[in-house]
Design a protein around this ligand. Structure first.
Ligand SMILES: *[C@@H]1O[C@H](CO)[C@@H](O)[C@H](O)[C@H]1NC(C)=O
Ligand SMILES: *[C@@H]1O[C@H](CO)[C@@H](O)[C@H](O)[C@H]1NC(C)=O
Ligand SMILES: *[C@@H]1O[C@H](CO)[C@@H](O)[C@H](O)[C@H]1NC(C)=O
Ligand SMILES: *[C@@H]1O[C@H](CO)[C@@H](O)[C@H](O)[C@H]1NC(C)=O
Length: 468
């Protein structure tokens, strides 16, 4: 009955299916947090016409205790709730840590890292990044005699067998974690940049023992052993402006020299090879399942207006004013029949700090063009920082080639179903669906109720149930 009342408000997003991300810590310990609120919320999302929800599954939660010991129980409960609600589920396999809320890597991995800090990426000062493993150990037996690739594969296979009843029916998409924050990139910008400060250039992350070893080998193979002794000596530090040193200089910077090309080619090809290893692993494990495989590519848009694109270069994308670096990324996704998740769909150029020479819109268009050329579908997300006019920008992107698969709203927070938050999301969905129809002219038949009112009732219900 309720869904019939909703009938007139649920409009189809013609091409784009809408998903909402569940809270990052929806499962902790092995059980579901706020079970009743989530359960009521899923029903409300279904009524709003969403295709499904996205569920982050953490390595540090499932394989927390010891290698090969998995506990999927909380996540299985969610999958069952989602199935019951008649929604689809996109699952994200997170082989990284979260800082807010705090979800570290598995304890046994961190223990290994205490004595072997070179399993982590390091910056020039030698400071390790404990948010994920360095790509340089992918195929080294550093985890109790296994390689990280073997450990990731065991994890995927255990997931596949635990969720066999859901994969292909409820679970229609699987995102493979590829690095920091799940993204294909180096941790070149550590910590959160404040929105009112100009972001720095970021730092190259080639200083752990194994990365340095690979660099040395590569330099020797190229007949340039001296180039393999370390990273660029004239690159600025994390928060320094690109102009603080000579590597990224717009004209005559080292990035444009033969050395720069040597280093940047190597640095970016290591990242692409890492993405290729993980995505081909996922394609292989799930080859007999009817699911889409995704990987996330970041939108490193600050300094995109310079010739050298420092933020992209330090993150591992060799994309400059003179080189189309996303072609090889898209080609790698195409080779593995994977789709790309792109964040930042809510970012527009006009709200960026002028001094950061940032351009999310042109970067998005560049990546979109590369994906289009290689036949790679794109699923969009909004970025983790709320953007002014974000909705307008998301809608604009939905009509362009920058997004053609699905949109994953990031993210339902703990307070999401509270009366003051949920109506905002209803507005978001309604406006997304109805370009012409404004809240003022919603059809209201006698004896029926508007979508907003009904979901208000639901959200009050969930609050009530929580406290019950
Ligand atoms: C998984 O975790 C849950 C919740 O902590 C617990 O009840 C259950 O026994 C665990 N299962 C296994 C196989 O350890
Ligand atoms: C999205 O775009 C890619 C690349 O052009 C194309 O191969 C794919 O079929 C499109 N997907 C949809 C759902 O339109
Ligand atoms: C996602 O976009 C919506 C609409 O612009 C915004 O309200 C929300 O805060 C964004 N989410 C995050 C995590 O920034
Ligand atoms: C639910 O909450 C909304 C917003 O606070 C309020 O306007 C509405 O009257 C409430 N509905 C019920 C049934 O309590």
């Amino acid at each position: 009955m309720l869904s019939r009342l909703f009938g007139c408000f649920i409009l189809q997003l013609n091409r784009i299916r809408l998903f909402a991300g569940l809270p990052l810590d929806v499962v902790s310990g092995g059980s579901v947090n706020q079970f009743r609120a989530i359960s009521a919320g899923l029903k409300a999302l279904k009524l709003l016409g969403l295709e499904g929800v996205e569920l982050p599954i953490w390595w540090g939660v499932v394989e927390h205790e010891s290698m090969g010991k998995y506990n999927w129980s909380g996540y299985l409960t969610i999958a069952e709730m989602v199935r019951k609600a008649g929604l689809k589920l996109y699952v994200t396999l997170c082989f990284h840590a979260s800082s807010q809320p705090k979800i570290p890597l598995p304890e046994w991995v961190l223990d290994i890292g205490k004595t072997k800090s070179n399993i982590f990426f390091k910056d020039r000062a030698g400071k390790p990044y404990r948010g994920c493993l360095s790509l340089a150990v992918d195929e080294l037996a550093v985890l109790n005699g296994k390689t990280p690739m073997e450990v990731y594969q065991d994890f995927c296979e255990s997931f596949k067998s635990a969720f066999s009843a859901f994969i292909g029916s409820t679970i229609t998409g699987i995102t493979m974690g590829l690095g920091p924050d799940g993204e294909l990139r180096y941790p070149s910008h550590r910590g959160f940049a404040k929105s009112d400060t100009v972001p720095g250039a970021g730092e190259f992350q080639c200083y752990d023992k194994n990365m340095l070893h690979l660099l040395k080998q590569h330099a020797e193979a190229c007949g340039k052993p001296k180039w393999g002794l370390g990273g660029p000596h004239n690159a600025p530090a994390y928060s320094e402006l690109p102009t603080a040193n000579t590597f990224f200089k717009d004209h005559g910077g080292s990035w444009e020299s033969p050395y720069g090309d040597f280093f940047l080619s190597w640095y970016s090809s290591q990242l692409i090879a890492h993405g290729d290893r993980l995505l081909s692993l996922a394609s292989l494990v799930f080859s007999d399942s009817a699911v889409n495989i995704f990987g996330k590519v970041p939108l490193m848009h600050s300094w995109h207006g310079t010739r050298s694109h420092p933020s992209e270069l330090t993150a591992g994308f060799y994309n400059t004013a003179t080189r189309k670096g996303y072609e090889e990324v898209a080609e790698m996704f195409a080779r593995n029949s994977c789709k790309i998740i792109l964040p930042g769909m809510d970012q527009s150029d006009k709200y960026q700090l002028k001094e950061s020479l940032s351009s999310p819109e042109s970067l998005l268009a560049e990546i979109g063009t590369a994906c289009n050329k290689h036949g790679v579908g794109i699923s969009g997300q909004n970025s983790t920082v709320g953007a002014p006019d974000g909705l307008k920008q998301i809608k604009k992107n939905m009509l362009s080639e920058n997004l053609n698969d699905s949109f994953i709203f990031q993210r339902i927070g703990a307070q999401f179903f509270a009366p003051e938050h949920f109506p905002l999301f209803i507005e978001f969905v309604r406006k997304l669906n109805q370009p012409e129809l404004h809240s003022g002219n919603l059809p209201t038949k006698e004896g029926t109720t508007t979508a907003t009112d009904s979901v208000h009732t639901r959200s009050n219900l969930s609050i009530h149930m929580q406290s019950a």
